[in-house]
Every structure is written in C-alpha cells, then in structure tokens.
Design a binder for this molecule. Structure first.
Ligand SMILES: *[C@@H]1O[C@H](CO)[C@@H](O)[C@H](O)[C@H]1NC(C)=O
Ligand SMILES: *[C@@H]1O[C@H](CO)[C@@H](O)[C@H](O)[C@H]1NC(C)=O
Ligand SMILES: *[C@@H]1O[C@H](CO)[C@@H](O)[C@H](O)[C@H]1NC(C)=O
Ligand SMILES: *[C@@H]1O[C@H](CO)[C@@H](O)[C@H](O)[C@H]1NC(C)=O
Ligand SMILES: *[C@@H]1O[C@H](CO)[C@@H](O)[C@H](O)[C@H]1NC(C)=O
Ligand SMILES: *[C@@H]1O[C@H](CO)[C@@H](O)[C@H](O)[C@H]1NC(C)=O
Ligand SMILES: *[C@@H]1O[C@H](CO)[C@@H](O)[C@H](O)[C@H]1NC(C)=O
Ligand SMILES: *[C@@H]1O[C@H](CO)[C@@H](O)[C@H](O)[C@H]1NC(C)=O
Ligand SMILES: *[C@@H]1O[C@H](CO)[C@@H](O)[C@H](O)[C@H]1NC(C)=O
Ligand SMILES: *[C@@H]1O[C@H](CO)[C@@H](O)[C@H](O)[C@H]1NC(C)=O
Ligand SMILES: *[C@@H]1O[C@H](CO)[C@@H](O)[C@H](O)[C@H]1NC(C)=O
Ligand SMILES: *[C@@H]1O[C@H](CO)[C@@H](O)[C@H](O)[C@H]1NC(C)=O
Length: 410
C-alpha cells in the first residue's frame, strides 16, 4: 500500500511566477476530452443520462435521470468548471444543455440533496452567467429545502425515515443554497435555517478529537439526540473520510456567508483532523474510504472523492486563516491534487479502465455492505470537486481571487 510521496516545493502564494508543479492545463485538457465523450453519450441517449458512478470492469457509468438521485448536478457542474477554466475548453451551450433538465429538481421537497443538485448545476450557471432565471431556480430550491426544517431540532432533515429525524454530515453542503437564497431575496428565514443547522451540527456531529459522526438521529418531538451512528462508514465510531471532507467544505462555506468565528474554527479543526490522518500509511494523501477501516488486514479501497472535496475546500479555507496556516493548507491541497492527477488515480493511468471519467478509485456507497460493493470506481462528484479545485488553484496561481458563490450577486 506504500506509495511514493510527491514532494511539493512550490507554494502558491509564497512564490510568484515559478512554473507550477501541478500540470493544471494538462489535467483540464484531459478532463475536457473525457467530458466531451460523456456529453456525446448524453446527447445520444434518449433518456436523460446523468453519470453517477462507474465501474472499471464493465466500463459503464451508472446513471440517473436529471431529477432522481443526488448526483445529477455534478455532470453539469464539471461542464461549468471546464467552461470557467477556459471558455475555449467547453462550448457554453453544452453546459447549458445538460443543466436545463436539472432545473426541475428545485421543486423536490423529498430530499435535502436538492442543495447538491441545484448548486452544482444551476448554481454555477448563475454564478458565471448571472442570469435571473437561474436565481429563480435557487430561490425555489431553497423554499423546497426550507420545508424540511424543524424549529425544534434546529436542522433540516436529511433522509426521510419513519424512525426519527436523521441528519447526516453531508447536509452541511446543502446550506449554500439557503445562504445564497438569503442574499438573493433578503429573506432572513433562509439564513436562519442554514445558520441554525450549522450551529447544531457543530455541537452534535463532532467528537472530542474533531472527527465526525456520519448520522445523528434526533427526536423530532423534543429535539434531543437519540443516537449517533454511521450509514456509509466502517463503524459507528469510525470516521468516514468523505463525511469528514463534507464537514470541512461545508463549514468553510458557512463561514463564507456568516463570518461566524466558531464555524471557521470548526472547519479548521475538521481539516486538521483529516490532514493528521493522512500521515503514516496514507503517504500519497488520498485517504482510504474510512480512516479507521482495517486497511492492514484486508483490502481497503481509497476514496479519491474525499481527497477532491478537501483539496477544493482547503483552497477556500486558506483565504480565511492566518498566513502561516494558509500556507499549510495551500501546500496540502497542492500535494493532494498532484497525487490525484497522477497515473495512479487518473482514468488514463488505469489499464483496466475505459470509462470517460477523470478520476478512478472512488468509493461509492457503503463498502462494507456486500450489496453495494461500489469501490475503486469513478464518481461524478469526485470529478466535480477535482475540477472545482483545479479552477480555484488556477485562479490563485494567477494572483486572482476565487470566484465564490457569494460574489455572484455583487
Ligand atoms: C453517438 O451516436 C453516433 C451515431 O449513432 C455514434 O456514431 C457515436 O459513436 C455515438 N457517440 C457516443 C459517444 O456514444
Ligand atoms: C484558453 O485555451 C486556448 C486554447 O487552448 C488558449 O489559446 C488560450 O490562451 C487559453 N486562455 C486562457 C485564458 O488560458
Ligand atoms: C414547480 O413549482 C412551481 C410553483 O412553485 C410550479 O409553477 C411549477 O409548475 C412546478 N414545476 C414542476 C415541474 O412541478
Ligand atoms: C421567507 O422564506 C420562508 C421559507 O421559504 C417563507 O416561509 C416565508 O414566507 C418567506 N418570507 C417572505 C417575507 O417572503
Ligand atoms: C448554537 O447552539 C447552542 C447549543 O445548542 C446554543 O446554546 C446557541 O444559542 C446557538 N447559537 C446561536 C447563535 O444560535
Ligand atoms: C421523543 O420525545 C418524546 C417527548 O419527550 C418522548 O415521549 C418519546 O419517547 C421520544 N422518542 C424517542 C424515540 O426517544
Ligand atoms: C461509540 O459512539 C457512541 C455514540 O454513538 C458512544 O456512546 C460510545 O461511547 C462510543 N464507543 C466507543 C468505544 O468509543
Ligand atoms: C451502530 O449504531 C446503530 C444505531 O445506534 C445500532 O443499531 C448498531 O447496533 C450499532 N452497531 C454496532 C456494531 O454497535
Ligand atoms: C478541535 O478543533 C478546535 C477548533 O479549531 C480546536 O480548538 C481544538 O484544539 C481541536 N481539538 C483537537 C483535539 O485537536
Ligand atoms: C492493523 O493495525 C492495527 C492498529 O494499528 C493493529 O492493532 C493490528 O494488529 C494490525 N493488524 C494487522 C493484521 O497487521
Ligand atoms: C507541505 O507538506 C509536506 C507533506 O505533508 C510537508 O512535508 C511539508 O513540510 C509541507 N510544507 C509546508 C510549508 O507546510
Ligand atoms: C485503484 O483501483 C484499481 C482497480 O480498478 C486497483 O487495482 C488499484 O489497486 C487501486 N489503486 C489504489 C491506490 O488503491
């Protein structure tokens, strides 16, 4: 399991015009060529084909339609990342074409994932084009998510369940939708819901060491915690690496909109925990699917999507912390991206992999559940956060500011 360490000598903000160690243009060119193939498959398909995760063995993406599942925004999101990076890399009409069918998801009140779907597709469209029609989709989607809020629990419900009010750490990612709707409408309710959700999560999802539980079940009647456990991690008391990455990314976004210092501290604590677990066995900075899985006893897969999510989050988090810590985060992000962008994890470097994807070796679904052994696969969300990170990195490299969602309404 030992991998070579890619030594990083280039620091984004410390050095100005040295050529980058991260071959960002090559990676984005590769990403562009892969997603042009995905686009052509999409166009050819009579039913709306939205890649979810793909198996190397049969070279197929599993797919959903635009309005089902939680992942349909990521394919449009990759397209927007390509367009943002360099508009000659992707015809904007392609991005618009794959985004349009996902607009209908805004009406969906049955899942918290409305935040993932809408913000990755329509949200990016709004951020880049400032078109009013996309702002309307964001507002509609925020109304849908707001119906899932409990003023007793102080959270939005994640999964529908007959057994209690379930909140998963992933749900931190859906708050951007609410904060942005507050910016667009001045309706404070959206802000309050998001703030309260983040605040309760800060108290209940974190352990002493700043690792996170995946699921917290609340009692809807009195708001008390019933139990804390895992659905997608190795065990109730282990740390699912993608969940920890959601926490970092989500609290960084909450800080962006609120400037509430405890949210920043929480993002820092979560990031430091994640980075501390990348020492030792995980020498290439791409974590196993769960930090506490018995990697030394049986085969345990990596999760490149967890690495992509934290790599992108760290580039934003680095903007909010003192300069010394900022350098640590930029350095860590660059090393992670360099490793992800190597032959070990790129689809092009994997001999048995023919899928039009960017990264391989993601973990989807509970690996320990024999019914869904989706590991060592490509994931549309891995590709989305990887390309988001590359766009962010490229901006910083050019001495520009990140173009974050909050700036869209400037
Ligand atoms: C799309 O369909 C055309 C015509 O059937 C075919 O030639 C092409 O290979 C297809 N492209 C993809 C990416 O499936
Ligand atoms: C975008 O890509 C084109 C074609 O590769 C290149 O000529 C151009 O310089 C790039 N633009 C930027 C801003 O990087
Ligand atoms: C979504 O809801 C709006 C009203 O809020 C309604 O006008 C529209 O028809 C709905 N769209 C779909 C696809 O249900
Ligand atoms: C603000 O948004 C909430 C949640 O959608 C809604 O219930 C409320 O009516 C809105 N307030 C105004 C003034 O529009
Ligand atoms: C955050 O949650 C804590 C614990 O539930 C509560 O005491 C505090 O008032 C909340 N903070 C805000 C600003 O609402
Ligand atoms: C939920 O809270 C109510 C009121 O305190 C209580 O009657 C009920 O037993 C609780 N349910 C669970 C599952 O703890
Ligand atoms: C495991 O987590 C539960 C909360 O779900 C906690 O009550 C328990 O003490 C933990 N057990 C160990 C061994 O850490
Ligand atoms: C994990 O937590 C759930 C919910 O509390 C419980 O049903 C399950 O038995 C726990 N698993 C183990 C191995 O302790
Ligand atoms: C957890 O994070 C908080 C906030 O950043 C920090 O103050 C604390 O020292 C961290 N705890 C550990 C055990 O690292
Ligand atoms: C795996 O690592 C754990 C924790 O370091 C250790 O307790 C266990 O003995 C190791 N198992 C094997 C098979 O090496
Ligand atoms: C960058 O990260 C590497 C690997 O963790 C570490 O050895 C090095 O000290 C870090 N440099 C800075 C400036 O943080
Ligand atoms: C990535 O997945 C392939 C299977 O497609 C596997 O053979 C390889 O060992 C995995 N790489 C790592 C670093 O786990």
């Amino acid at each position: 399991m030992m991998r070579g360490i890619l030594i990083c000598t280039f620091l984004l903000s410390a050095v100005g015009s040295v050529s980058p160690s991260l071959p960002i243009n090559d990676l984005m060119t590769y990403a562009g060529s892969q997603y042009h193939i995905v686009y052509n498959q999409w166009k050819n398909n009579t039913f709306q084909y939205y890649p979810t995760f793909g198996y190397p063995q049969n070279a197929e993406w599993q797919s959903s339609t635009a309005t089902t599942g939680w992942t349909s925004g990521f394919f449009p999101g990759v397209m927007w990342n390509l367009y943002e990076y360099n508009s000659t890399f992707l015809n904007m009409d392609y991005a618009l074409a794959v985004t349009t069918p996902t607009r209908l998801f805004a009406n969906n009140t049955q899942t918290h994932d409305v935040g993932f779907v809408i913000m990755s597709g329509c949200g990016n469209a709004y951020r880049l084009l400032k078109a009013k029609s996309f702002a309307e989709v964001i507002i509609k989607a925020a109304q849908s998510l707001s119906t899932r809020y409990s003023p007793i629990v102080h959270c939005t419900r994640s999964w529908n369940s007959a057994h209690g009010f379930l909140v998963i750490i992933d749900n931190m990612m859906n708050l951007e939708l609410l904060y942005e709707a507050n910016v667009l409408t001045n309706n404070q309710t959206f802000y309050n819901i998001a703030f309260n959700h983040a605040n309760r999560t800060m108290y209940e999802h974190f352990r002493e060491d700043n690792s996170t539980y995946h699921v917290v079940e609340y009692n809807e009647t009195d708001g008390n915690v019933v139990q804390k456990y895992t659905a997608q991690g190795y065990s109730n008391n282990s740390t699912w690496s993608r969940g920890q990455a959601w926490a970092i990314h989500g609290f960084t976004i909450s800080y962006r909109y609120t400037r509430h210092q405890p949210f920043l501290d929480t993002a820092i604590g979560a990031a430091n925990y994640f980075l501390s677990r990348l020492q030792g066995e995980v020498q290439d900075s791409v974590p196993y699917w769960d930090f506490d899985s018995p990697f030394n006893a049986t085969y345990q897969p990596r999760d490149t999507s967890a690495a992509s999510i934290i790599a992108s989050a760290l580039l934003e988090l680095a903007q909010y912390v003192p300069s010394e810590l900022s350098l640590v985060y930029l350095n860590a992000s660059e090393i992670i991206l360099n490793n992800l962008g190597s032959a070990v994890y790129l689809a092009s470097g994997n001999k048995i992999y023919q899928l039009p994807a960017i990264l391989v070796n993601g973990t989807s679904g509970p690996y320990h559940n024999p019914q869904s052994p989706a590991y060592d696969v490509a994931e549309s969300y891995g590709d989305y956060y990887f390309t988001q990170a590359l766009v962010r990195y490229s901006k910083l490299k050019q001495g520009k500011k990140l173009d974050l969602m909050l700036n869209a309404s400037d």
